[in-house]
Design a protein around this ligand. Sequence first.
Ligand SMILES: Nc1nc2c(ncn2[C@@H]2O[C@H](COP(=O)(O)OP(=O)(O)OP(=O)(O)O)[C@@H](O)[C@H]2O)c(=O)[nH]1
Ligand SMILES: [Mg+2]
Length: 312
Amino acid sequence: MNIQWFPGHMHKAIKEIKETLSKVDMFIEVLDARIPYSSQNPVLQQVRGEKPCLQVLTKSDLADPIETKQWLEYILEQQNTQCRAISMRRRGEIKKLTGVCRGLFSHKANGLEAIKVMIVGIPNVGKSSLINALSGRVIAKTGNEPAVTKRQQRIELDNNIILLDTPGVLWPNIENPYSGLRLGITGAIKDTAIHYNNLAYYAAELLLDRYPSLLIARYKLDQVPHDNEQLMEQIARYRGAIKTGGKVDLERACNILINDVRSGALGGLTLETPQMMQAEQLEVEKQRAEKEQEKQRLKAERKKRFKNRQSH
Ligand SMILES: Nc1nc2c(ncn2[C@@H]2O[C@H](COP(=O)(O)OP(=O)(O)OP(=O)(O)O)[C@@H](O)[C@H]2O)c(=O)[nH]1
Ligand SMILES: [Mg+2]
C-alpha cells in the first residue's frame, strides 16, 4: 500500500502559498540531501511556475558526500536551477546563500531594493532551521518531527532580504511507493501515519545494496547478510533485542535501524540516485498508462452494457 499523509493543514498551507505568490520575488526550495528526488514536491514546483528558485539540499552532514556532489551537478545540468548543499554544522556556507539569491536579480544587486524570498519544502526538512541560521537568531520554531511550523512567518534580515517561513507540505497522491517509503525513513511523514516495519525492511534492502560496509561496521557483522530479513535478525541479536522465550524482537530491531538511519549513526547515507529516479519515473508512467487503459476499458464496457439494455 502506498504511503499517504496529507492532513488538512497542508491543503491550507498550499492555498496560502498560492495567495502570497504575487508578493514574493523568488523561492528557496529546501530538499533533503539524502533524498533529493523524493523530497521535491511536484505541487510546489507547479505552484512556483517560472519564479526564480534556489534549491538547497539540507542535512548534507547526514548524506553521502560523493552522492551529494553528483546530485548537485545533476540538478544544475538537468533542471537548470541554482543548487547548494548545506548543513547546520557548517554555518559559514549558509550565510553565502543570501549572495546567491541577490545574484539572481541583477537589478537588485546594489542591495538597496528588498528581495522577498519564500522558503518552501516538505515537512521536517530544515526550513525553519535555515531561517534561524540566516538571521543569526532563534526566530522560527524548529523540532525533530514533521509539521512543526503551522503558519507563515515573515523575517527581515539585516541585508534587505525578507524571508517567509512556510509549513512543510507533501502532496495528496505520492504515486511512487518507493518515494513514500524514503520520505518515511527520513522523517518527513508523521510516525502515526506509517509502520516502522515497512520502512525498516525497505531501508535494510536499500542499505544492503548501497552501503553494506556501513552495516558491517555499525552492527559488527561477520559478513554481509543474504537479505533484509537476515539483517534484521542480526541487528536484533547484536543489540540484545530478544523476547522472553529467546525469540528475536524484530519490531525493536526495526526501530533501531530507522533511528540509526535518521540520526546518522551509520554514517552519511544517500538513499537515491539520479539513475534510480529515472527508472522509478518510467515505472510510474507505465503504471499511470495501465491505469488509464483500464479506466477506458471499464468505460467502454459500461457503455456497451447500457446500449444492450436499451436495445432489449
Ligand atoms: N543533522 C542535521 N539536522 C538538521 C539540519 N537542519 C535541520 N535539522 C534538524 O531537522 C529537524 C527539523 O528542522 P526544522 O527546521 O524544524 O524543519 P522544518 O522544515 O521547518 O519542518 P516543518 O516546520 O515541520 O515543516 C530539527 O530537529 C533540526 O535540528 C542539518 O543540516 N543537519
Ligand atoms: Mg518549520
